[in-house]
Design a protein around this ligand. Structure first.
Ligand code: AAT
Length: 281
């Protein structure tokens, strides 16, 4: 590897890598769950990396956090209780906090080291923890959800990738989706990190296959984001109520850099090869 560069090698994107020039390593540690790295890059600001995989950069995180949070929350007519699983950098919390109608925001994150690292080196994301509606629970998202029935209007699963033996593996399996459904109030919906249409059609198709047995609408949307593999990442919206393809509410667009009503509608429009592969129709 070229000296002074970080390259993202991963089990889920064999044969390709994205690289950033690194100016300074800010933190390197090993938690009980994963290796945590923060570095200052030359052109993307500070970067958070878990087990060698980029989770967020200062420069483009808004494309992910805004789309994730607002696609989910604007698809619900009146979300009051919201749960986030993962998302330890706080960026999704920051976006949820823009919705005045939300009364309670709970976050269940597995790794305290991620939160501490974000608070120190990614303060623009971690400020999401400062909202008074936020309650933090430390633990595994799957175990947490098993205990919850009929509680939440919206659940956002901002999890890392389903790497073999990694902490997020259980969050991509059918039992977890059953727990998600049971934890929702009537009309509730979930939005999960659903990987990339260029390299993960098999993962997306499998998530859709088992979710369709549980939810009335299961729909895939995506955002562009240069620092994730192939420059894109998707979200699975699974609703017990109406389709999520058009927003039920608007948000003050001057608060956002990426999300708006038009891009909400556009983000569900998929290339033909993707539509065929994931919806099988
Ligand atoms: N918003 C940043 C993007 C992320 S963060 C993923 C978070 O999920 C991490 O903080 C990680 O510690 C947490 N996590 C992983 N497994 C679990 C679990 N079982 N329970 C609770 N939290 C968990 C996602 C980046 C996507 C990368 C795309 N290549």
């Amino acid at each position: 590897m070229k000296k002074g560069w970080f390259s993202e090698f991963g089990q889920l994107w064999p044969g390709q890598t994205f690289s950033l020039e690194c100016e300074e390593v800010l933190f390197q540690g090993k938690s009980p769950y994963q290796e945590v790295l923060a570095f200052r890059s030359k052109t993307y600001g500070n970067v958070l990396v878990l087990d060698g995989v980029i989770q967020a950069t200062d420069r483009d995180e808004f494309a992910y956090q805004e789309m994730f949070a607002h696609l989910a929350l604007c698809s619900h007519p009146d979300p009051k209780k919201v749960l986030v699983i993962g998302g330890g950098d706080g960026g999704i919390l920051r976006e949820i906090a823009k919705h005045q109608c939300v009364e309670e925001i709970t976050i269940c994150e597995i790794d305290q080291m991620v939160i501490d690292t974000a608070k120190k080196f990614l303060p623009e994301m971690a400020k999401g923890f400062d909202d008074p509606r936020v309650t933090l629970f430390m633990g595994d998202g799957c175990a947490y959800l098993e205990q919850k029935k009929n509680e939440y209007d919206v659940i956002i699963v901002d999890s890392s990738d389903p790497v073999d033996g990694g902490p997020a593996e259980t969050l991509y399996a059918a039992p977890f989706y059953r727990h998600l459904k049971e934890a929702l109030r009537p009309g509730g919906l979930v939005c999960t990190q659903a990987e990339c249409q260029w390299i993960h059609l098999n993962i997306i198709a499998e998530l859709i296959r088992f979710s369709r047995n549980l939810f009335s609408h299961v729909e895939y949307a995506y955002t562009t984001i240069p620092s994730y593999p192939c420059g894109q990442i998707g979200f699975l919206l699974a609703s017990t109520g109406d389709s999520c393809k058009t927003p039920k509410r608007t948000i003050d667009e001057s608060l956002n850099k990426y999300y708006n009503e038009e891009i909400h509608n556009a983000s569900f429009v998929l290339p033909s090869f993707v539509r065929r592969a994931i919806y099988k129709d």
